[in-house]
Design a binder for this molecule. Structure first.
Ligand code: PLP
Length: 479
C-alpha cells in the first residue's frame, strides 16, 4: 500500500503541472472530484477506481503506437508496451481462469465488436476462404467475394431483449450489431420477470442463430450459463456472454459454478470500469480456438491500443486478485439486497421482486411516475440514478417506467447495509412525494413533475450526511 501522503502529493502535483498550461482543466478536474464526493451515486455501471489505477493512466505510455499484439507489432520499440499488455492479460487469465485474454478493447462496445468479428471470421470467413483455396479475402475472385459478403450478412444473433435488460450491442437496430446481424430476442417471463430457459431454447430452435448472447445491463438476477450453453450447443450456435456489468462479481467469486460464464461460454466480453473497478475499457476472454481471431481486434475493428489504459487495467486486475476484492464483491450484493429489502418494505415495486446481483430495478409506475420524472426528482434531491425500461414498458425506452440503482460505487466508498436501508428511505420519500406534472395545455406530461423544493433540499442534506462518514478518496486532499 502506498502512503496516503504519496497519493495526495501525486494528485496535487499533477494538478499543479496541468494548471500551469490550462488552469480551466485543472479546475474542472478538481470540481469533478468535489461533485463525486458529494453525490449519492447509485448508477449501477459506475464505480471509483483506486488512486493507483488512476495514476497508471497519466504517463508517457499514452504516446506509444502499438498496433498488433504482444511480440507481433506493426511498430518498432514496443518492448515496454509488450510488458504491460502481457501483464494485464496474465492477470486477467489468472483472475477469471481463462485460457486467453485480449486486453486492448477501448470499451465494452469495442470488446463486443471484436468478439462478433472473431466469431464471424471463425465460423464463416475462414471456412469460405478454405473452400476457395485462398488465404486472404484479397485473393478471392469477385464472385466468391460477393458470395462471402452475402453469407456474412445472412448471419443471425439471439440476445436478450432491451426491455428485459439486454444491451443495445446485442443485435439491436440502432446499433451496428443490428445491421451486421439478423436479430431476434428472448425476453423474460411476464409473471416473474425471470429468464424462461424453455422459451430461450424454443426461440433458438426456431431461429437457429450463429451466436447466442447472454448478459445484461438491467437484469437484477443471476443467469444460469450452463443451461444457456446447452441451448447454444443444441442448435450449433457460438455462446457469447457479455459480463460487462457483473465482471466484478465473477472476479470476486460471488458468481461461481453455473453462474460463472467463463467455463461455459465460447467467448466472454466485459468492461473493466463497472463492478470490476478498473479504468474505462474492455476485454475479451476466450479459449484457444478463437484466440487468433480475437487477437486480430486491432486493426480489424479497433483503433490503436491505449497502452496507458492497459497499464491501468493491469493494476486494477492485480487489485482484483487480492483477497479483499472477494469481500468487496460480496458486500456489493449484500448492499443491493439490503437496498431492495428496504424499498420493498416501504412498498416499492421491484422487477423480479428483488435482486441477486449488484442492481435493483424499481418499477416507478407503482408511484404513478415515469422513469424520467423519477430520475429528475431524485437528482434534485442529491441522488444520482438512471431511468431504465422495465419489461414490456408502456413508456418506451425514452421516458421508461423504471429506475435502475446499483451498489458497486457506494460499496467502494464503504457504505454498508444500514446505510442502504437509509438510502431506501430517501428514495421512497422522494418518489412517494413526487407527483406527475402537466403540459401548458393541461395534458399529462411524461417528463414534468411536482416536488416540493424544501423536501428535495432536506433529502439532499440527508444524503450528504450519509456520505460524510464515508469520504471518497480520503487519502486525497487537493487544497
Ligand atoms: N455491454 C453491456 C452489458 C453494458 O451494460 C455496456 C454499457 O453500459 C456495454 C456493453 C458498453 O460498454 P462501454 O460503454 O464501455 O462501451
Amino acid at each position: 500500500m502506498s502512503s496516503p501522503n504519496a497519493e495526495s502529493t501525486a494528485f496535487r502535483s499533477a494538478l499543479e503541472v496541468i494548471r500551469a498550461v490550462e488552469p480551466r482543466i485543472a479546475d474542472a478536474i478538481g470540481a469533478e472530484l468535489a461533485d463525486q464526493r458529494e453525490s449519492l451515486k447509485l448508477i449501477a455501471s459506475e464505480n471509483y477506481a483506486s488512486p493507483a489505477t488512476l495514476l497508471a493512466m497519466g504517463n508517457w505510455f499514452s504516446d506509444k503506437y502499438a498496433e498488433g499484439t504482444v511480440g507481433r507489432r506493426f511498430y518498432a520499440g514496443c518492448q515496454n508496451v509488450d510488458t504491460v499488455e502481457a501483464l494485464a492479460a496474465e492477470h486477467a487469465k489468472e483472475l477469471f481462469g481463462a485460457a486467453h485474454a485480449y486486453v486492448q478493447p477501448h470499451s465494452g462496445i469495442d470488446a463486443n465488436l471484436v468478439a462478433f468479428w472473431a466469431i464471424l471470421a471463425d465460423r464463416v470467413e475462414s471456412p469460405a476462404l478454405r473452400r476457395a483455396q485462398v488465404r486472404q479475402v484479397n485473393d478471392l475472385t469477385e464472385q466468391d467475394w460477393f458470395a462471402l459478403r452475402r453469407e456474412l450478412g445472412d448471419q443471425r444473433m439471439l440476445g436478450m431483449s432491451l426491455d428485459s435488460g439486454g444491451h443495445l450491442t446485442h443485435g439491436f437496430r440502432p446499433n451496428i450489431s443490428g445491421k451486421m446481424f439478423d436479430q431476434r430476442s428472448y425476453g423474460t417471463d411476464p409473471a416473474t420477470g425471470l429468464i424462461d430457459y424453455d422459451r430461450v431454447a424454443e426461440a433458438a430452435r426456431e431461429f437457429r442463430p450463429l451466436i447466442l448472447v447472454a448478459g445484461y445491463s438491467a437484469y437484477p438476477r443471476k443467469v444460469n450459463f450452463r443451461i444457456m450453453r446447452e441451448i447454444a450447443d443444441s442448435v450449433g450456435a457460438t455462446f457469447m456472454v457479455d459480463m460487462a456489468h457483473f465482471a466484478g462479481l465473477v472476479a470476486g467469486k460471488v458468481f461461481t459454478g453455473d453462474f460463472d460464464p467463463v467455463p461455459h461460454a465460447h467467448i466472454v466480453t466485459t468492461t473493466t470500469h463497472k463492478s470490476l473497478r478498473g479504468p474505462r475499457g474492455g476485454m475479451v476472454l476466450c479459449g484457444p480456438e478463437l484466440a487468433d481471431q480475437v487477437d486480430r481486434g486491432c486493426p480489424m475493428v479497433l483503433g490503436g491500443p491505449l497502452p496507458h489504459v492497459m497499464a491501468a487495467k493491469a493494476v486494477a486486475l492485480a487489485e482484483a486478485r487480492r483477497p479483499d476484492f472477494a469481500d468487496y464483491a460480496r458486500r456489493i450484493v449484500d448492499n443491493a439486497q439490503a437496498l431492495a429489502e428496504g424499498l420493498l418494505r416501504r412498498g416499492a415495486k421491484l422487477v423480479t421482486g428483488g435482486t441477486d446481483n449488484h442492481l435493483v430495478l424499481i418499477d416507478v409506475s407503482g408511484y404513478g411516475l415515469t422513469g424520467r420524472q423519477a430520475e429528475q426528482a431524485l437528482l434534485d434531491s442529491g441522488i444520482v440514478t438512471n431511468r431504465n425500461a422495465v419489461p414490456q414498458d408502456p413508456n418506451g425506452a425514452w421516458y421508461t417506467s423504471g429506475i435502475r440503482v446499483g451498489t458497486p460505487a457506494l460499496t467502494t466508498r464503504g457504505l454498508g447495509t444500514a446505510e442502504m436501508d437509509a438510502t431506501a428511505e430517501l428514495i421512497h420519500t422522494v418518489l412517494s412525494q413526487t407527483t406527475p406534472g402537466s403540459n401548458a395545455d393541461g395534458t399529462p406530461s411524461k417528463a414534468k413533475y411536482v416536488l416540493d423544493p424544501a423536501l428535495a433540499d432536506k433529502v439532499a442534506r440527508q444524503a450528504t450526511d450519509l456520505l460524510a462518514t464515508h469520504p471518497l478518496y480520503p487519502s486525497v486532499t487537493l487544497a
